[in-house]
Design a binder for this molecule. Structure first.
Ligand code: APR
Length: 173
């Protein structure tokens, strides 16, 4: 596992993950950037997928983006934490990793790299520390040596949270 602070759409990796909504037709946040930079063809392909349930994931081409594929997953909207949000967020990571492993096998790649944004922690309001723990613990438990997971942070606060959770590093300045 690695932690990067950058724009996920700049990464030349096999797969980037999109924090989508149930329509899969784009929106704001990282979803908006991914759709804008991938180009119009992405929405055309997404429109054929008939949406995506919360916690589920679907894969598309990445078009004008440097990555090969995009996995669109829909994280939960945080509603206090007593409505199954943690389980749904965990499912988003599990299902995304399942699709990534399918992609790796179908394309006969020995190893692949996948980049995750901090799913549900923007518009969907999931508390950053709680979400990061779920993300890191879920990926750690999957423990797939053939998939190099990169957690992409867009803000300093996320970066510091992930550095601590992934590498045990605490930034003091
Ligand atoms: N690269 C990496 N991370 C990014 C980028 C980017 N270019 N832009 C935003 N982010 C980060 C945000 O800082 C946040 O940490 O992605 C994380 C997820 O935030 P959102 O994009 O708001 O996603 P989410 O909270 O899951 O809400 C999903 O927002 O954009 C809409 O259509 C989307 O309805 C859906 C909802």
């Amino acid at each position: 596992m690695k932690v990067l602070k950058c724009d996920i759409t700049c990464l030349d990796v096999d797969i980037i993950v999109n924090a989508a909504n149930n329509t899969l037709l784009g929106g704001g946040g990282v979803d908006g950037v991914i759709h804008r930079k991938a180009g119009k063809e992405l929405k055309v392909e997404c429109a054929k997928l008939d949406g995506c349930e919360t916690g589920e994931a679907k894969i598309t081409n990445a078009y004008k983006l440097p990555s090969d594929k995009i996995i669109h997953t829909v994280g939960p909207i945080y509603n206090g934490g007593n409505h199954g949000e943690a389980e749904l967020l965990k499912k988003s990571y599990l299902n995304s990793m399942g699709l990534a492993e399918d992609y790796r096998k179908e394309n006969q790649k020995e190893k692949i790299a996948i980049a995750f944004p901090c799913i549900s922690t923007g518009v969907y309001g999931y508390p950053k520390k709680k979400a990061s723990k779920i993300a890191v613990d879920t990926i750690r438990k999957i423990n797939n040596p053939n998939i190099n997971v990169i957690f992409v942070c867009h803000s300093d606060i996320d970066y510091q949270i992930y550095l601590k959770n992934v590498h045990g590093i605490k930034l003091s300045c």
